[in-house]
Write a new protein. Structure first.
Ligand code: FES
Ligand SMILES: [Fe+2]
Lengths: 454, 177
């Protein structure tokens, strides 16, 4: 029975004592609870609207362990369908991308429209004697929310709408969604999705992106190589700026919300710092964008997001503008999917610099994330041993030292902010995770029937 | 017998043999971790490219590979970037390669053509990697190179690597192809 007698908050997850059980990462029953109680309920990232610009365009996505079709129908509406035939479950779409007005099942040839309806069934008359109610047997469709082009989907009717789900975290996700000029300009995904397998539980990646400034020393080798496009110091695009200006490096989370973010708050307004000196077009672009950003956001331009995790499993990185989804494949394996984006109207030179930089930073060929994955993989191994599992992981850094509504009220009155390194974000993530896992599924909430073709 | 020495056929055979020797030597450098010496085999303007591979419908195969210079790729870089990768391994702190991988590069199905633009060499590769205690990866695919004649052999001016995988089954690409 899912759930069993496991207790999450106060049991496996004892954040108030700064402890989390290793079972959270490596236990099969816990994993099964996650699929039922977390992935089936949360808003999950499926893709960006620019991946399906034209009517009929589709790409595959993943929600939890399952394949979904993310498409734009003939009328321009976005859908997310479970990629499984209602007859015997065959995958109805086996192409990573394409353009199609219909999805024909390879097995017995049921045909679904791009709006999800079941539109053709062989031998409907001679086999089914016209007794099959095709209106009842369309593709299984998720709730869909498009937020500044980023598309999320959810299987549960009782989960609040996406904006409520974001809650006060909205300021931070908005900051990510803003183009470099501080406005909500249009982003465009580069062609292709990085997809790869990692030998670790998905939560190692989610919590790392959500607030682990502490692991900076693990990147000593890439810092030594100087990956930053400025070519001066470090591995980040922003390293040139942060070394030169006084700032608070912030970990940000909200009580009761699982979303977590990292970023910088500069103590004073400052002029643009040259970053791409050897590339005049790029340098001009970012200089102009920065001026517009300051004009548009005023004092708020002093906050620069680095990245974070939208609960539970999509991690974003500002600047390199990536969305990395940590899809579970059992407790011990993760299938990571990542897209990268650039402002649609940016000059080609800018897009090229961004594209070039990001694929060398993140992913299996990325100089930085390669070392993260090495650590996640063997940290995961450390969650599996019979003896090892008797000993909790330590999550107590900075406990009791969080500051509320600091350093500026507009960053969120009810935030917890901690400077430099802290594990407050990881604690917030796991508190929220535990609350989901302590709550049994409700019959009403689970989305059962097809409702798209109304 | 001597009369055959200058025939085009023999020329091709000799070229093929030279390229084969060159690839064996290159594999030896990589598999014995002489990465800096390996870098010397790359021309300064090398383009080193490995696209992503998509599952596409019949008739749409031209969209199977992501494009260099435009889309996301596993690699789309030049010599400077490859030098950075080598430098990173040589810090001894690059945890994904520390301890370093054991590799064997197997090259086969060699096809060599020389035209006005230089030498086009195609092959299949099998790159076996073993790390730590039980980590193993097998990378298999096609490689298409542009080679230029140079003192002591060749320089690689272009390397296009087509890995036969959709979801990459390895956690990283810290090895050279
Ligand atoms: S499984 Fe799809 S038509 Fe039978
Ligand atoms: Fe990292």
């Amino acid at each position: 029975m899912a759930g069993g007698d496991r207790k999450y908050l106060g049991g496996l997850v004892r954040t108030s004592e700064g402890r989390i059980s290793r079972d959270v990462f490596a236990s099969q029953p816990v994993y099964e609870d996650e699929l039922e109680r977390l992935f089936a309920r949360c808003w999950l990232f499926v893709g960006h609207a620019s991946q399906v610009p034209e009517p009929g365009d589709f790409v595959l996505g993943r929600m939890g362990e399952e394949s979904v079709i993310f498409n734009r129908d003939r009328n321009g509406r976005l859908h997310v369908f479970l990629n499984t035939c209602r007859h015997r479950g065959m995958r109805v779409c086996r192409y990573d991308q394409g353009n199609s007005r219909k999805f024909q099942c390879p097995y017995h040839a049921w045909v679904y429209s791009d709006e999800g309806g079941l539109i053709a069934v062989p031998k409907l008359e001679s086999g089914y004697h016209n007794e099959l109610d095709t209106a009842e047997w369309g593709l299984i469709e998720a709730r869909v929310a498009e937020y500044h082009g980023y598309v999320f989907a959810c299987w549960d009717e009782e989960t609040p709408g996406f904006e409520d789900y974001l809650g006060d975290f909205r300021f931070y996700f908005d900051d990510y969604c803003r183009t470099f000029d501080g406005g909500f300009g249009e982003w465009e995904a580069f062609g292709g999705t990085l997809k790869w397998r990692m030998p670790c539980n998905w939560k190692f990646a989610a919590e790392n992106f959500g607030g682990d400034y502490y692991h900076n020393p693990s990147h000593a080798s890439v810092d030594a190589v100087i990956l930053s496009p400025a070519g001066v110091e470090g591995r980040h695009t922003y390293d040139a700026v942060t070394r030169a200006r006084e700032h608070h490096k912030l970990n940000v989370c909200f009580p009761g919300i699982g979303h977590t973010a990292r970023g910088e708050y500069f103590k004073e307004d400052y002029e643009y710092m040259p970053t791409y000196q050897e590339m005049p077009v790029v340098e001009d672009y970012f200089r102009e964008c920065y001026a517009k950003r300051r004009e548009r956001l005023g004092e708020k331009a002093r906050f620069f997001g680095h990245g974070g995790t939208v609960f539970p499993n999509v991690s974003y990185s500002n600047g390199v503008q990536s969305m990395g989804t940590w899809n579970p494949v059992g407790p011990h394996e993760t299938e990571a999917w990542r897209i990268f984006l650039a402002p649609k109207d940016a000059p080609d030179e800018v897009k090229n610099v961004l594209r070039h930089y990001v694929i060398r930073y993140q992913g299996p060929s990325g100089l930085t994330e390669q070392d993260d994955m090495e650590n996640w993989g063997y940290a995961h191994e450390g969650a599996r041993g019979t003896i090892a599992r008797r000993f909790d992981y330590h999550y107590g850094m900075g406990q009791g030292h969080e500051k509320r509504g600091w350093p500026a009220e507009w960053l969120g009155g009810d935030i917890y902010a901690t400077e430099d390194v802290s594990e407050q974000n990881q604690r917030a993530f796991f508190d929220c995770w535990a609350r989901y896992l302590d709550t049994p599924p409700s019959a009403q909430g689970a989305r059962k029937n097809f409702e798209a073709a109304e | 017998m001597d009369s055959h020495r200058d025939t085009p056929e023999l020329e091709r055979l000799l070229l093929r043999h030279a390229v084969e020797q060159f690839y064996a030597m290159e594999a030896e450098l990589l598999d014995t971790r002489q990465f800096e010496a390996w870098l010397d085999l790359l021309d300064d303007d090398i383009h080193y490219w490995m696209p992503l591979t998509r599952n596409m419908a019949f008739g749409e195969w031209e969209g199977e590979l992501t494009e260099a210079g435009r889309d996301l790729n596993w690699f789309d870089e030049g010599k400077f970037e490859l030098e950075q990768r080598v430098k990173q391994i040589m810090t001894g702190l690059h945890w994904a390669e520390e301890p370093v991988s054991r590799t064997s590069h197997l090259i086969s199905n060699l096809q060599v053509e020389e035209d006005g633009e230089g030498i086009a060499a195609g092959c299949r590769f099998l790159l076996y990697r073993s790390r730590n205690e039980t980590e193993t990866d097998t990378f298999v695919g096609k490689r298409r190179d542009r080679l230029r004649r140079a003192p002591g052999g060749f320089r690689i001016a272009e390397r296009r690597i087509f890995l036969d995988q959709n979801v990459l089954l390895a956690k990283n690409l810290t090895v050279f192809f």
